[in-house]
Design a protein around this ligand. Sequence first.
Ligand SMILES: Cc1ncc(COP(=O)(O)O)c(C=O)c1O
Length: 407
Amino acid sequence: MFLSNRVQRMQASPIRKLIPYADQAKKRGIKVYHLNIGQPDIETPPVFFEYIKKYSNKIISYTNSAGLYELREKFAEYYSKYGAELSAEEIMITVGGSEAVTFAIAVVADPGDEIIVVEPFYANYNGFASLLNVNLVPVVSKAEKGYALPENKEFELKITSRTKGILFSNPSNPTGAVYSKQDILRILELARKYDLYVIVDEVYREFVFDGLKPFSVMEFKDHWDRIIMVDSLSKRFSLCGGRIGTFVTKNKEILDMVMKMAQSRLSPPMISQIGSIGLLTLDERYFKEISEEYRKRRDVVFEEISKIEGVVCKKPKGAFYMSVKLPIDNSEKFVKWMLTDFNVNNSTTMVAPLTGFYATEGAGNDEIRIAYVLETDSLKRACNILRLGVQEYNKVREKESEVQETT
Ligand SMILES: Cc1ncc(COP(=O)(O)O)c(C=O)c1O
């Protein structure tokens, strides 16, 4: 039967497609350390469940398509800490940050249009864009430079008459890079020069280390006409399954258009919205504690990974990811091999190949992403296994090529 080109062109999740190999390893009795996926192991704060328990209505109804007003008000209060004067009307509750990014791309770009992304980028941007037949045009950030935000001239080289916006996450998934206020301002000014939208995905906003203070694109008041801020509670409160995100802008025209899309999917999940009202009563102490935990984990991973001969990795300053360059020929092959052919005392480590986080063909073949979503002892063990795996993988490859040369 006929299937659309759209879905056939869509790439499978680069992380999830290797899961069957992990499942098979587990069936063989191998313990797999999962550093491949951004599912935090930290508990969802109890206040989420308390608010739901208190809820007495007997019907799980739709809510307003833009979300519960009380939750939107709570978000406005929370965003005011980041210098944003927002009304509840300027905040739309979405089904995770994923829906907010999809809405953002859909509202600014038509099929065939282009959005510039900072590469490597959150892999599912590919999926959202290809569903909308929008082309992602990459501007590359480099491991050697700590995946710093590329210079404006790199962006300018990619701007065409079809470019509609610039999209990136800050702090970055998959690199953990944190872009500074000056970086963001220069992108906003560039966007003004070329009349583009700037879509900033701030899902990891609070997870910044080494004395950095969380901030938001929302504080640049003079640029609000072209800013779309995307947010989510998935990572901040370990609420991945709650599916609560936000789409935020002060551009009234955009809000009206996005409301049409929101209405067509009726409502974000009602019960999660009730619990999320509770989550937004938590204060700085919560974020401090969690950030400190991730900072510790980052340090452990960085120390262990630095022991790998030939690794290229600068200490990232945010999120809970680290992208590293390894002396390997093919990251996807390597990740698979770690699951099918390698273990240390019946344990192995699964990471994400970075190939799927690039739009550029062939890029990421010698890079992986590590999500430090386990406690420190497990991380130490997992990184050690990874180090031994890299050594062994290269030995096996050398032997294979010797055999090929002699035959
Ligand atoms: C940068 C970034 N944006 C958006 C998302 C989407 O998350 P959700 O839809 O769970 O809010 C993720 C999830 O990993 C992410 O890392």
